[in-house]
Design a protein. Structure first.
Length: 331
């Protein structure tokens, strides 16, 4: 039951309600929105960069029985992964992690990335080439109803990088490095705090004093509650700012917003408008230009108090669309 609830929440809310698109040339004549298979969410782990293919399994909706309304389909996906291991693993080992060095026929329902495919990985210290050299079934990720199957990139030219870091993987060599730091200048941070605070006039947080629940209106913004990045976010100017506000109001409620602004505080885009109190949240974790067009995409963590994951959003006609997602876990 926990798996089904988590799967329902992750794919029904995070993926469907926030929208998606596809930029691949072969789909330009189609009116059906699909995910972009030129970019992926990756994660650094001991064996390399795990890539979550968010596109291929959804092409087999009927086979897996994906239903983002009822939340069904995860169990069939799990059964299929177990079947693949049983069919192709000849070691007879019993473990939670299985590695394959060849692309087997049954993998076509899980990914279209083949051994030797060359991609690029954006880290905070640069962009590095890598290629698919293995596939991993990681059944530990069943905890929280996560993805199980991953193509894995090796990165022979990369520096030592920490494990479990979210990265962006694409086929574009001119992709920018990820910026996760944002602006640290004190005066700029204080400037945007003053701009954001009036929007929070109706936000109420819950606190406890001597076991008594206290409701208090938000009248200030802590440094850890705001993130600011400068760059080109609309295609019109490099002197734009994306401002992310995130505050946990109680154990299971959040106030969040992500605005594109100029320095004077004029809102250029508020696709992720203020949620004064919500069970779910959005929080800007970084920016990247994955296709080298000079306009930054937004790396956004979204979730709830016991789970979440990462989505990559690209601007299309002043509307942000989800073009890649991955590593969602929940209970």
């Amino acid at each position: 039951m926990k798996k089904i609830i988590s799967y329902l929440f992750i794919f029904s809310f995070f993926v469907c309600s926030l929208g998606c698109t596809k930029v691949e040339k072969k789909s330009q004549g189609s009116s059906t929105p699909l995910m972009d298979d030129t970019v992926y969410i990756g994660m650094t782990r001991e064996l390399g960069v795990y890539v979550e293919d968010h596109v291929t399994p959804k092409k087999f909706t009927d086979f897996f029985g994906w239903d983002t309304v009822s939340g069904t389909g995860y169990d069939k996906y799990m059964d299929y992964c177990r079947e693949m291991v049983k069919q192709y693993d000849k070691t007879m080992k019993k473990t939670n992690e299985y590695t394959f060095r060849e692309y087997e026929d049954g993998f076509n329902k899980l990914t279209n990335l083949k051994i030797g495919d060359k991609l690029y990985v954006s880290l905070t210290n640069g962009v590095f080439p890598g290629d698919v050299d293995k596939y991993v079934f990681d059944f530990e990720d069943e905890i929280g109803a996560g993805n199980i199957f991953y193509p894995v990139l090796n990165m022979p030219t990369a520096q030592v990088i920490p494990s479990n870091e979210i990265v962006i993987v694409s086929g574009y060599s001119n992709m920018s490095e990820i910026n996760k730091e944002g602006i640290k200048d004190r005066s700029t941070i204080d400037h945007f705090k003053e701009i954001m605070l009036p929007y929070l006039k109706n936000v109420v947080a819950t606190d406890y004093i001597d076991d008594e629940e206290i409701q208090k209106k938000v009248d200030s913004i802590d440094d850890e509650e705001i993130r600011i990045f400068k760059g080109n976010f609309t295609g019109k100017s490099e002197n734009e700012y994306v401002v992310s506000y995130w505050k946990q109001l109680s154990f299971e409620s959040f106030a969040t917003a992500i605005f594109i602004m100029n320095f004077e505080g004029d809102i250029l885009n508020k696709h992720f408008d203020l949620r004064e109190s919500d069970f779910t949240y959005v929080r800007l974790d970084g920016i990247v230009d994955y296709n080298g067009d000079g306009v930054y995409e937004l790396i956004i963590a979204d979730g709830y108090y016991e789970g979440g994951g990462t989505g990559l959003y690209r601007l299309f006609d002043n509307e942000y669309k989800l073009v890649a997602y991955g590593f969602y876990f929940g209970v």
